[in-house]
Design a protein around this ligand. Structure first.
Ligand SMILES: C[S@@+](CC[C@H](N)C(=O)[O-])C[C@H]1O[C@@H](n2cnc3c(N)ncnc32)[C@H](O)[C@@H]1O
Length: 1594
C-alpha cells in the first residue's frame, strides 16, 4: 500500500464519517488535471502527484457501493475513465527505457499502483483492454528488436511501462476461463517469452518472476503447453551453443537459469507427479546446469546449484527410478543424470561429494578447500565401470575441474591440472563420453598459465614441476585411450594447431611440446600436422630465447620422428620439416638428436613393403631436389639468398644421407652391391662442383646457377661442420676434396663478380648481401681445405683485392668494400691454417702459406685504419652507405685481428687504440666485437708504460656503453664475452690494489659495476668469474688473486633474489640443462648457464683448492678471511633491528660466514686467539641460527686444533653470564659438549674436570630455556665421561642428576626433543667437514631458502678435479657419513615450505563445509529485492534489525555480517559512514554490499520506531528488563523489528517505552550481560529458525 500509514488512517477514518462522493472526486481531480495546460508527461504528473495519491488512497479504501446499480455503474465508469484518460496517457508519455531518472521510474510505479486500484473496480472489458495494450506493446517491442528498426506503433507503451502495467494487471484476479481469455493469456505468454532475450538482466528477471511465472500459475489446464514452450526456447539456445553455432552468452545463460529456477515448482515438483516435459531427461538441461556451475558469475553458479540440489533431493525422496542407464550399450550412452532406488545409497554419496566439492570451491581459503579435494577420487571411481554399474557421467568431473581451474588460488589450479594430467583415461571413460573437447580446448587454455609451472618452494632448482611430469604422460595416455587412428590423428593435429594459434609463452610451450614428444610411437602425423609443426618452429624462432627455442625444436623433432605417418608423408615433406630447425640450436651434426635422425632414416630405408621410403627412393628424391635446384633458365635472375630454406633442406639431406651411408658401411649393411661406386655425397655435390668448374668457361651460364651451386657447397660445409681439432671425418673429407676440385674457379668467379668493373656488377645486381655471401663462402670453404692447398688461388685473390684498393679513386665504394671483405676472408683462412700448421707438430711448413701470410702482413701493417675512403662518394643512399661503412670496418678490424694474433707488435699499440676510439665513435654495433678483440691483443703492450692509461680508461668506458646498450638482446652475450676478455687481463688487474694509479681505481669500478649490473642480468657474472678463475689458475695467478681479495669475497657473497617470472625462466633453463644430451640445445650452447649460483660456486671452488702448505696461498687465504670478517661485521653491526629469515641481509651474512670454515686450516697458532675472540663477539650479537651454527663450527674446529691456547679463553667466557636467557651461553655449551671426545687423551681428564663444575650450575638456572640447555649439556658431558671411562668419581652428584633426568618423564621428553635436533645430536664437527655439509646440508637443515643450497654435484660439474675424498681440495666434496643429511630440518621453520596434497584428510573424516539447503536458496529473490528497493512506499515483510544505539564499530561490522548471512531485510545503522571504516569492513567481509542498509540516527530513532509501528511491525527490544520475556518462550511474528541496546547503557528508558515487548536471553553465569553482537546474533538466529519452521509446516 502506498502513502504513509498516517494518511491512510486518516482517509479511512474520513470515509466512514463523511460519505465521500467518489465519482465527483474523481471527476474533479481528473478535470483539474486535464485542464492543466502542461502536456502529459512527467512534469504534469509531478504537479498533480499529491492529489493523485490521495485519490488513489480514496479509491482503495472506499467501500463498494453495493446496492445502487446506477451509482455502481457511475463509479465504474469514473475509475475506468481514470484509467483511459489519465493512467494510460501518462504511461504513453513516459519513456523510462531512455530516461533513467529514478523519480521517473518511481512515478511509473505510482501510476501502476493507481491503475491497480482502479482495475480492481473495473469491468472485465477494461482488464482485457489493458492486457491487449500490454500485449501490443510487447509485440511492437519484439518487432523493433528483431528488425533493428524503429517501427513500434504510436499506441505502444515503452517496454518498461508495458511491463510494469502488465505486472500490475496480473495482480488483479484473473479473467474467467474461456477460449477468448485463454488465448489472450497465451498470446501474452508467447510474446513475453519472445522478448526475453532482448531485455537486460533486471527487467528480464522481473518479466520472468511477475509475468511468466504468474501466467503459468494461473494456468491449470494448459500448463504443460506453457512449460513446453518455455523449455523449447531454452533448449534451442543450448543446442545452438552445443553445435558451436554460437556461444551461449552470459545473459542468456543467466536468463535461462533464472527461468528454470523460478519455474522450479512446475518443472520439478516435490511430489512424484509426472511433468511433461520432463527436462531432467534432456541433455541440454544438464549442459545448462553444468555451464552455470562453473560460470564466473556467482549468482549464476548459485542458480545452477539450486536446481541440481533440488532435483537430487526430490529424487532421494521419491520412489521412482529415473532414467536408469542401459549398461549394455556402453559408457557413451550414459545419461548425464539418472536415479534408481537400488543404487540410492551410492548415488546419494556420490552427489553429496560432488556438491560438496562444487560449493566448497566457492570459498576462498585453501585450508577449507584442501580437505575436500580427495573426494574427487569418489567421483572418479563413480565414473568408472565397476561391478557392472556406472554412477556418474564424466561431464560432472569436467564441471568440477572447470570450476577449480578458475579458482584464484594457484594451489587449487595446480590440483586441478594434476587431476587431469595424471588421470587414468583407460579406466575413466572420458573420451567415450565426449570430454575430448575439454582436453583439447579448455585444458590447453588453462595450461598457458605460467603460475602452474613455478617451482614450489623447497623443491630443488631444475626439478620438473608436477605439471611438467604430468604432461609427459598425459598426451601419451590420451592417445592410448583413443580407439581409432582417425581420433588420434585429430587429437594430435588439434593440439598442434592450438600451439600455433594462441600466443603461447615459452615456458608452457617447452613443457607441452615435451609432453607431445612422449606419445608412444605410432603413425599419426600427416601432411597437415607437419605443416603445423613447421609453423610452431617458425613462430618460436621469432619470439623466444634460444635455449627455449632449441628445446622446443628438439621436442618437435622427436615428435615427428616417433609419430610420422610415412604412408601419408613424402620424404621431401619430411626433409622440408627438418630444414626449418636451427643448426645452432637443435639439429646439428654431432648431437644425439642428429644421430637419432640418422638411425631413424636408416630404419625407414630398410623397412620392407614401403617403397616410397626405401633407400633408392630417398636417393632419387635427393637427386631430383639437387637437379631441380641447379636447373636455372638462361634468362633467370635473382639472388641465391632468397632460397635459403631450400638449400638448407638439400644440404641437410645430403649430410644425413651421407652419415647414413657411412653407418651402413660400418655395419656392413650396404647391400647395394656397388662398393666401388661414388659415395652419395660426392655423387650429389659433384653436380654443384661441375657447375662451378664451368662458370668461367660457359659464357652463357646464368649467374644465378653459379651462385646456387656455391650456396649449396657453402651450406653443405656448414651442415657437415668443421671437424674436431682439425681432424676431418670421412664426409667432411669428401666435401673437402670436392671443394678443392673447383677452388680456383670459384675464386676467379668471386673476384670477377665482386671486384670487376662497375657496370657488370650492377647488371647482375651484386649488392652488399651478395658480397658478404661470397666472402663467407671463401672463408668457410677455404678453411675446409688442407693446409696450403688453396694458397695459389688465395694469393691471386689477394692481388686482385690489392689492385682494387690501390685504385681507390676509381673503384666504387661497393668494390672497395668487396675487396676488403674478401681480404678479411682470406686472412681468416690463413689464420686458421697457420694455427692448424702449428698444431700439427713436425710437419713441413707450407711454403705457399708462408709467402701468402707474409704478403698479408705486409699489406695489413701499412693499411690505413680509418675509414675515410667513403667521404666524397655520393652514390647510393645514406642507408646503403651506412651498411657499406659498417661492413668495411668490420672487415678492416677482422684483418687487423688476424695480424695482431700472428704478428704481435707489428702495428703500434697506441695507433690501434687511437683507431679503436675513432671507430667506436662512428660504428654501429656490428664491428664492436672485432674492435674489442683487437684491443684485447694490444692491451699488454699498451700497459707497458703509463702513457696510455687515460686513453685505456676512455676506451673501456666506451666499450662498456656499447655492450650495455644491448643488454636486452642476444648479441649481448657475445659482446660481453669480448668485453670481459678485453678488460680482465693480468696487466690491467694487477693495478687494482694500487690506489694511486687512476687506471687501477678505474678497474675496481669496472668490477664493481659487473657486480651491480649482474644483480639484474642473470648469468652475466658467470662470464666474469669464469674468466677470473682462469686467470687465477695461471702461473702467478695467486699473486693476482691476492690483489683482488675484495672481488673474491664479493663473488662468494653474490646471489640475487629473482622476481617470480625471472626465476621461472631460470628454473626452466636449469631443467633443460638436466636433460643433457637428450635435449640437443645443451650440446650446442653448452656454456650458456644463466644460473647465478655459479658465481659463488666458482669462487668457493677456487678458495677450497688453496694449499695450506704454500706460503703464497696462506697469504691469500688470510686476506680473504680478514675481508670476510670485515664484511660480516659491517652487516651485523648495521642490523640492530630484526632481519627476517631469508631476507637479503640475512643471506649475505650467511654467505660471508660460510667462508670461515672453508679456510680455517690457514689460521695459525699466532692468530687463533684473535679469531676465537672475534668469533665469540659475533656470537654474542648474532641472531640467525644458520649464521650461528657456522660460527660455532669455526670455534669448535679452532679449539680442537689449539686446545692449549683456546680452552682458557673458553672457560673465562662462562664468567660473563647471569641467569637470563642468553643465546651465547647456549653456543658455549654447544662447543664445550662437542670438543671433549676429540681432544688428545692426556688433555681429556682436565677438560672434564674444568667443564663439569662450570656447566653444572646452569642445570638449575631460573630461565627455562637456559636450564634445559644446561641439563642437556651435563647429560652429554656425563655420557662422554662414561664412554671414555674417565675417572670422574668426585662428581657423584652429576651421576644422580643425570639419573633423575633420565627417570623424570616430563623433563626428559622436552630434553629429548632438544637433543634430537640435527645440530645438537647428529652434527659432528670433524666427521662432517665437507663441502656437502657446508653448502648443501646445513643450509637446507637451517631452513634457508633453496637458492642457498649448492649441491655437491654442481661443484663436480664445474671442476673435474674434485674426486671423492681426493686431496685436490681442502676438504672432501661429499660427506662420507649420511647421518646428517638424513636429518629433519631444524626447529626454526618460519613457514611451511610446500603445500602438499598429501597432508589432506581422507574421504571419511568430517570436514568444514558450507552447504546451503536448496530450500533456503531463493534464486530469484535478488531481482525481487532490487525492485522493492526502487519502489517507493513498498516494504518487505522480513526482519528489521536496528543498531542505531550501538557505537562500537566492530560490533556493527559483525552484526552486519550476521544479518547478511541470515537474510535480514533491513539493517538500520546510526551512521552510514560507519560502513566505510576499515574495522567495520574487516568484520563485515563485504556484507554491507549485499543487504539493504538504512541510516537512522540516534535522535531520530523514536520517530522511526513510530513509523515502523504504523507499518504493523512488532517492535521487540533485545534487553533484560523487569518485564522481558524469555527468548525460549517468545514467538516472533513475521514482521519483527529488533532494537539492540548500547554497549554500555543498553536501551534507554524512553525507547523502552515505545517497544511492544522486550526479549531476553536466559543467562546462567555470573557476568552481567552478553556482548551485543552475540545477543543480536542469537535473536536473529532464533527468528530465522522459527520462520523456517513455519514455512516447513506450510
Ligand atoms: C553489554 S549489554 C549492555 C549493558 C546492559 N544492558 C547492562 O545493564 O549492563 C549490551 C546489549 O547487549 C544485549 N544483551 C546483553 N545480554 C543480553 C541478554 N541476556 N538478553 C538480551 N539482551 C542482551 C542488550 O541489547 C544490551 O543492551
Amino acid at each position: 500500500m502506498s502513502g504513509s500509514g498516517k494518511e491512510t488512517n486518516i482517509i479511512a477514518g474520513l470515509n466512514t464519517v463523511i460519505d465521500v462522493d467518489l465519482q465527483q472526486t474523481i471527476k474533479r481531480v481528473k478535470n483539474d488535471l486535464l485542464n492543466d495546460n502542461t502536456p502529459f508527461g512527467f512534469d504534469l504528473f509531478k504537479k498533480h502527484s499529491q492529489s493523485l495519491r490521495t485519490l488513489q488512497e480514496l479509491i482503495d479504501v472506499a467501500p463498494e457501493t453495493g446496492t445502487d446499480e446506477e451509482k455502481v455503474k457511475g463509479e465504474r465508469n469514473a475509475v475506468e475513465g481514470l484509467i483511459s484518460d489519465v493512467c494510460l496517457p501518462f504511461l504513453r508519455s513516459f519513456a523510462p527505457s531512455y530516461d533513467g531518472r529514478a523519480d521517473l521510474f518511481a512515478a511509473l510505479l505510482n501510476i501502476c499502483d493507481m491503475t491497480l486500484v482502479c482495475l480492481k473496480r473495473s469491468s472485465q472489458e477494461m482488464i482485457v483492454k489493458v492486457l491487449e495494450l500490454c500485449l501490443q506493446s510487447l509485440i511492437a517491442y519484439h518487432r523493433e528488436c528483431s528488425r533493428h528498426s524503429d517501427s513500434g506503433s504510436d499506441q505502444a507503451l515503452d517496454i518498461l511501462c508495458a511491463l510494469e502495467l502488465l505486472c500490475t494487471t496480473l495482480e488483479v484476479p484473473s479473467l474467467p476461463h474461456n477460449n477468448q481469455n485463454d488465448e489472450l493469456y497465451h498470446r501474452i505468454f508467447s510474446a513475453a517469452l519472445s522478448i526475453l532475450s532482448h531485455l537486460e538482466e533486471k527487467t528480464a528477471n522481473r518479466l520472468i518472476s511477475f509475468v511468466i511465472v504468474r501466467l503459468i500459475q494461473q494456468q491449470t489446464r494448459e500448463r504443460n503447453v506453457y512449460l513446453q514452450e518455455t523449455w523449447k526456447l531454452v533448449e534451442a539456445d543450448v543446442h545452438a551453443h552445443d553445435k558451436g553455432k554460437r556461444k551461449l552468452s552470459t545473459r542468456n545463460l543467466q536468463q535461462h537459469l533464472t527461468m528454470m529456477c523460478s519455474m522450479a515448482n512446475f518443472f520439478f515438483p516435490l511430489t512424484s507427479e509426472t511433468v511433461s516435459p520432463d527436462v531432467r531427461q534432456c541433455q541440454a538441461f544438464w549442459e545448462l546446469v553444468q555451464l552455470g556451475l562453473y560460470h564466473e558469475n556467482p549468482a549464476i553458479r548459485k542458480r545452477s546449484a539450486y536446481l541440481l540440489k533440488r532435483i537430487i533431493d526430490t529424487c532421494e525422496k521419491s520412489d521412482v527410478d529415473f532414467n536408469p542407464p542401459d549398461l549394455s550399450s556402453g559408457a557413451s550412452s550414459l545419461p548425464y543424470f539418472w536415479w534408481s532406488k537400488k543404487q540410492q545409497e551410492r548415488l546419494s554419496k556420490v552427489w553429496e561429494d560432488a556438491l560438496l566439492l562444487l560449493e566448497t570451491l566457492d570459498e576462498k581459503q585453501t585450508h577449507v578447500i584442501k580437505p575436500i579435494l580427495p573426494r574427487m577420487q569418489t567421483l572418479l571411481d563413480a565414473s568408472k565401470k565397476e561391478n557392472g554399474s556406472v554412477l556418474l557421467h564424466t561431464s560432472w568431473i569436467v564441471t568440477i575441474l572447470m570450476r577449480a581451474f578458475s579458482h584464484e588460488s594457484v594451489f587449487i589450479v595446480r590440483w586441478a591440472s594434476d587431476t587431469v594430467l595424471f588421470m587414468d583415461f583407460t579406466a575413466v571413460p572420458f573420451m567415450e563420453q565426449g570430454q575430448l573437447q575439454f582436453l583439447t580446448q579448455q585444458l590447453l587454455g588453462f595450461l598457458q598459465d605460467l603460475k602452474l609451472y613455478q617451482r614450489p618452494d623447497g623443491s630443488p632448482a631444475g626439478s620438473c614441476t608436477s605439471v611438467g611430469t604430468g604432461l609427459k604422460q598425459f598426451f601419451a595416455n590420451v592417445c592410448k585411450s583413443l580407439e581409432s587412428k582417425q581420433q588420434k590423428v585429430e587429437f594430435v593435429e588439434h593440439v598442434l594447431s592450438v600451439l600455433v594459434k594462441d600466443n603461447w609463452s615459452s615456458v608452457p610451450l617447452v613443457f607441452i611440446t615435451q609432453g607431445v614428444s612422449c606419445i608412444s610411437p605410432d603413425a599419426i602425423l600427416g601432411q597437415q600436422a607437419l605443416i603445423t609443426v613447421r609453423e610452431i618452429v617458425n613462430i618460436s624462432l621469432t619470439s623466444l630465447e634460444n635455449i627455449f627455442r632449441g628445446a622446443i625444436e628438439c621436442f618437435m623433432t622427436k615428435t615427428v620422428l616417433s609419430l610420422l605417418d610415412k604412408d601419408a608423408v613424402s620424404v621431401d615433406e619430411f626433409m622440408e620439416t627438418l630444414a626449418v630447425l636451427e643448426r645452432d640450436e637443435s639439429l646439428q651434426r654431432g648431437t644425439q638428436l642428429w644421430s637419432t635422425v640418422v638411425s631413424w632414416l636408416l630404419t625407414a630405408a630398410t623397412e620392407k613393403d614401403r617403397s616410397t621410403w626405401s633407400w633408392s627412393a630417398m636417393e632419387k628424391t635427393l637427386t631430383a631436389m639437387v637437379d631441380s635446384y641447379l636447373t636455372v633458365s638462361t634468362d633467370a635472375t635473382g639472388s641465391p639468398l632468397a632460397e635459403t630454406g631450400r638449400v638448407t633442406k638439400i644440404a641437410r639431406f645430403v649430410a644425413l644421407m651421407s652419415d647414413c651411408e657411412y653407418k651402413m658401411k660400418q655395419n656392413k649393411m650396404d647391400n647395394r652391391g656397388k662398393e666401388d661406386g661414388k659415395p652419395l655425397l660426392t655423387a650429389t655435390v659433384l653436380k654443384a662442383v661441375d657447375v662451378v668448374n664451368n662458370i668461367n668457361v660457359r659464357v652463357y651460364m646464368p649467374v644465378l646457377k653459379a651462385d646456387r651451386a656455391i650456396f649449396l657447397l657453402l651450406s653443405c660445409a656448414k651442415e657437415l661442420g668443421k671437424g674436431k681439432n682439425g681432424m676431418q671425418d670421412p664426409s667432411q673429407k669428401e666435401l673437402c676434396d670436392l671443394v678443392h676440385g673447383c677452388w680456383n674457379e670459384l675464386l676467379t668467379f668471386v673476384e670477377k663478380r665482386t671486384l670487376l668493373g662497375k657496370q657488370e656488377s650492377e647488371q647482375d645486381h651484386v649488392d652488399l648481401d651478395l658480397v658478404i655471401f661470397y666472402a663467407d663462402a671463401v672463408k668457410t670453404l677455404g678453411e675446409l681445405l688442407p693446409v696450403g692447398a688453396g694458397v695459389n688461388g688465395l694469393t691471386k685473390a689477394v692481388d686482385a683485392c690489392t689492385k682494387v684498393m690501390d685504385t681507390s679513386s676509381t673503384a666504387s665504394p661497393l668494390q672497395q668494400v668487396a675487396a676488403l671483405s674478401l681480404l678479411s676472408a682470406v686472412a681468416q683462412v690463413v689464420g686458421t691454417e697457420l694455427r692448424r700448421e702449428a698444431r700439427a707438430h713436425n710437419s713441413v711448413k707450407s711454403e705457399g702459406l708462408q709467402d701468402l701470410s707474409n704478403k698479408l702482413w705486409k699489406l695489413f701493417s701499412t693499411m690505413s685504419l680509418d675509414c675515410d675512403i667513403f667521404t666524397g662518394h655520393t652514390g647510393g643512399s645514406s642507408a646503403h652507405q651506412g651498411r657499406h661503412v659498417c661492413q668495411y670496418m668490420m672487415s678492416l678490424w677482422q684483418c687487423l685481428r688476424v695480424l695482431l694474433t700472428h704478428k704481435p707488435g707489428v702495428r703500434e699499440a697506441s695507433l690501434v687504440l687511437h683507431a679503436a676510439l675513432e671507430a667506436f665513435s662512428v660504428s654501429s654495433g656490428e664491428c664492436d666485437m672485432p674492435i674489442m678483440h683487437c684491443l684485447e691483443l694490444v692491451m699488454p703492450e699498451l700497459l707497458q708504460g703509463v702513457d696510455h692509461h687515460a686513453k685505456v680508461i676512455q676506451v673501456i668506458r666506451i666499450a662498456w656503453g656499447k655492450v650495455y646498450e644491448e643488454i636486452k638482446s642476444w648479441s649481448f652475450w657475445l659482446k660481453m664475452e669480448a668485453y670481459v676478455n678485453m678488460t680482465l687481463q693480468k696487466p690491467l688487474l694487477v693495478l687494482m690494489d694500487e690506489e694511486d694509479v687512476e687506471l687501477g681505481v678505474y678497474m675496481n669500478e669496472v668490477l664493481e659495476r659487473f657486480f651491480e649490473v649482474g644483480q639484474e642480468k642473470a648469468g652475466m657474472l658467470n662470464l666474469v668469474i669464469a674468466r677470473l678463475c682462469q686467470l687465477w689458475a695461471e702461473p702467478e695467478g695467486i699473486a693476482l688473486a691476492t690483489k683482488m681479495v675484495s672481488t673474491i669475497v664479493d663473488a662468494c657473497m653474490f646471489g640475487t633474489v629473482h622476481k617470480k617470472a625471472e626465476r621461472l625462466c631460470l628454473d626452466v633453463y636449469m631443467y633443460i640443462e638436466t636433460l643433457k644430451e637428450n635435449c640437443s640445445v645443451n650440446e650446442i650452447l653448452s656454456s650458456s648457464s644463466k644460473n647465478d649460483v655459479y658465481v659463488r660456486l666458482a669462487a668457493i671452488n677456487f678458495l677450497s683448492s688453496l694449499k695450506p702448505g704454500v706460503a703464497e696461498h696462506k697469504r691469500l687465504a688470510m686476506a680473504v678471511l680478514e675481508e670476510g670478517w670485515k664484511r660480516y661485521e659491517e652487516l651485523y653491526q648495521m642490523s640492530t633491528f630484526r632481519q627476517f629469515t631469508n631476507s637479503l641481509p640475512h643471506l649475505h651474512k650467511h654467505r660471508a660466514v660460510q667462508i670461515f670454515p672453508v679456510l680455517d686450516q690457514f689460521i695459525g697458532k699466532d692468530l687463533c686467539l684473535d679469531f676465537c675472540k672475534q668469533t665469540w663477539d659475533a656470537l654474542v650479537l648474532e641472531c640467525h641460527p644458520s649464521v650461528r651454527q657456522n660460527l660455532e663450527w669455526l670455534l669448535m674446529r679452532l679449539v680442537h686444533r689449539y686446545p692449549q691456547e683456546l680452552l682458557p679463553f673458553l672457560w673465562k667466557c662462562f664468567d660473563q653470564f647471569s641467569d637470563k636467557r642468553n643465546i651465547s651461553l647456549i653456543s658455549l655449551l654447544h662447543i664445550v659438549t662437542r670438543v671433549g671426545p676429540e681432544l688428545p687423551v692426556d688433555l681429556r681428564e682436565d677438560f672434564y674436570m674444568e667443564a663439569i663444575p662450570l656447566v653444572m650450575p646452569w642445570t638449575m638456572a631460573h630461565h627455562f630455556n637456559t636450564r634445559l640447555h644446561g641439563q642437556a649439556a651435563i647429560y652429554k658431558l656425563w655420557g662422554q665421561c662414561q664412554e671414555m671411562k674417565l675417572k670422574a668419581r668426585q662428581y657423584k652428584v652429576v651421576e644422580s642428576c643425570v639419573k633423575f633426568l633420565n627417570e623424570n618423564g616430563n623433563s626428559s621428553a622436552v630434553l629429548g626433543k632438544l637433543m634430537g635436533n640435527y645440530f645438537y645430536s647428529h652434527f659432528n664437527f670433524l666427521r662432517d667437514y665437507s663441502m656437502e655439509t657446508m653448502f648443501y646440508t646445513l643450509p637446507r637443515l637451517a631452513c634457508l631458502c633453496d637458492i642457498e643450497w649448492m649441491h655437491p654435484d654442481l661443484f663436480h660439474q664445474l671442476d673435474a678435479s674434485w674426486q671423492i675424498n681426493g686431496d685436490s681440495h681442502l676438504m672432501p666434496l661429499y660427506n662420507e657419513s649420511k647421518t646428517l643429511a638424513a636429518c629433519e630440518p631444524g626447529p626454526w621453520k618460519m613457514k611451511a615450505t610446500t603445500e602438499s596434497f598429501e597432508d589432506t584428510e581422507t574421504t571419511d573424516g568430517d570436514v568444514q563445509k558450507k552447504i546451503i539447503p536448496w530450500r533456503l536458496m531463493t534464486p530469484d529473490s535478488s531481482a525481487e529485492q532490487e525492485y522493492s528497493h526502487r519502489r517507493k512506499g513498498r516494504n518487505q515483510d522480513g526482519l528489521v534489525l536496528v543498531t542505531s544505539l550501538i557505537n562500537k564499530i566492530p560490533n556493527l561490522g559483525g552484526l552486519c555480517r550476521t544479518s547478511e548471512i541470515f537474510g535480514v531485510s533491513e539493517f538500520v545503522i546510526g551512521n552510514l559512514s560507519y560502513t566505510d571504516d576499515r574495522m567495520f569492513q574487516t568484520l563485515s567481509v563485504t556484507a554491507e554490499k549485499w543487504i539493504p542498509i538504512t541510516e537512522v540516527q540516534f535522535f531520530r530513532l523514536g520517530e522511526f520506531l513510530e513509523e515502523k509501528k504504523r507499518e504493523s511491525y512488532t517492535l521487540v527490544g533485545v534487553e533484560q528488563t523487569a518485564n522481558s520475556v524469555d527468548l525460549t518462550k517468545y514467538k516472533f511474528p513475521k514482521k519483527t523489528l529488533l532494537v539492540l541496546g548500547n554497549e554500555k547503557e543498553g536501551i534507554p528508558p524512553d525507547i523502552l517505552q515505545q517497544l511492544d515487548v522486550c526479549v531476553e536471553i536466559p543467562q546462567q553465569g555470573i557476568i552481567r550481560s552478553l556482548n551485543v553482537h552475540v545477543s543480536g546474533a542469537l535473536l536473529v538466529w532464533e527468528y530465522t529458525r522459527q520462520q523456517m519452521e513455519n514455512s516447513d509446516a506450510e
